[in-house]
Design a protein around this ligand. Structure first.
Ligand SMILES: O=C(O)CCC(=O)C(=O)O
Ligand SMILES: [Fe+2]
Length: 247
């Protein structure tokens, strides 16, 4: 029997070339400036539908969360089990390598004493040693009336400060509403929200929690949260790639 994960074949070479070809200088600058950055297209429409189609299967996943039961919103998601589908594992490792320098720059700017290794495998060893052994990449599914409350994906003490998500559905065609929202809480100020315009296959990299901002009197920290606005019609699938594992 072929596993459902083999239904979405993404040649590792194509992904590596694609990730290498992204404008990492611009992505780094956008992350510094706004706490989020669009990557450019990452997955083809057929790769997007292949991944979305996994949702109805049990075998690729370790657990299913019905958001309403936990007060997280409305809708559901499933965490992938180890071994992750090859494309998800490859994307996770390839993106980590490019984002680790940004994470280290932020840690330096915020005077934090931890630094991130260049290699994702090494970072995962650190998670596992801290008791965070469960994989965190996930697929989310929204239907009309669903939404995802503003939140942070923290799963233990060990945190990689950036994460990524890829929209798998076509806005305006497959669904309406359901916008990806990022908020920024500056010290002693009200929160500010940004709606990130995504298209199918487009990735967004964003701050998990804190990011440094250069002010007139030195660097201060802003705190981010992300979520999804009310889905008005259709069905929306999202791939989430979090770089730390969960306790
Ligand atoms: O569905 C979305 O756009 C949000 C996904 C999310 O919360 C995540 O990837 O951590
Ligand atoms: Fe999230």
């Amino acid at each position: 029997m072929t596993s459902p994960a083999s239904a979405c074949v993404m040649p590792a070479g194509r992904l590596a070339a694609l990730v290498d070809g992204l404008d990492w200088e611009r992505i780094g600058a956008d992350l510094d400036e706004a706490g989020h950055a669009l990557t450019g297209p990452l997955l083809t429409p057929s790769e997007c539908s292949g991944l979305s189609a996994l949702y109805e299967h049990d075998q690729p996943f370790r657990s299913r969360v019905v958001m309403e039961r936990h007060g997280f919103g409305k809708g559901e998601y499933k965490y992938f089990a180890d071994p992750l589908p090859e494309a998800v594992a490859n994307l996770r490792a390839l993106l980590y390598r490019r984002l680790a320098p940004v994470a280290n720059r932020w840690a330096t700017a915020m005077a934090l004493d931890h630094r991130y290794p260049a290699d994702h495998g090494e970072f995962l060893d650190r998670c596992h040693a801290a008791g965070q052994r469960r994989p965190t990449p996930l697929l989310l599914k929204y239907r009309p009336g669903d939404y995802n409350c503003l939140h942070q994906d923290l799963y233990g003490e060990t945190v990689f400060p950036l994460q990524m998500a890829v929209l798998l559905s076509v806005p305006g065609t497959d669904f309406s509403g359901g916008e990806f929202v990022l908020t920024e809480q500056r010290p002693r100020m009200q929160s500010r929200a940004t709606v990130v315009p995504l298209s199918q296959g487009m990735g967004v990299v964003f701050a998990v929690d804190q990011r440094p901002v250069q002010g007139i009197r030195g660097t201060y920290r802003v705190r981010h949260r992300h979520g999804v606005s009310l889905l008005r019609s259709g069905e929306r699938f999202m791939l989430g790639i979090i770089f730390h594992d969960a306790a």
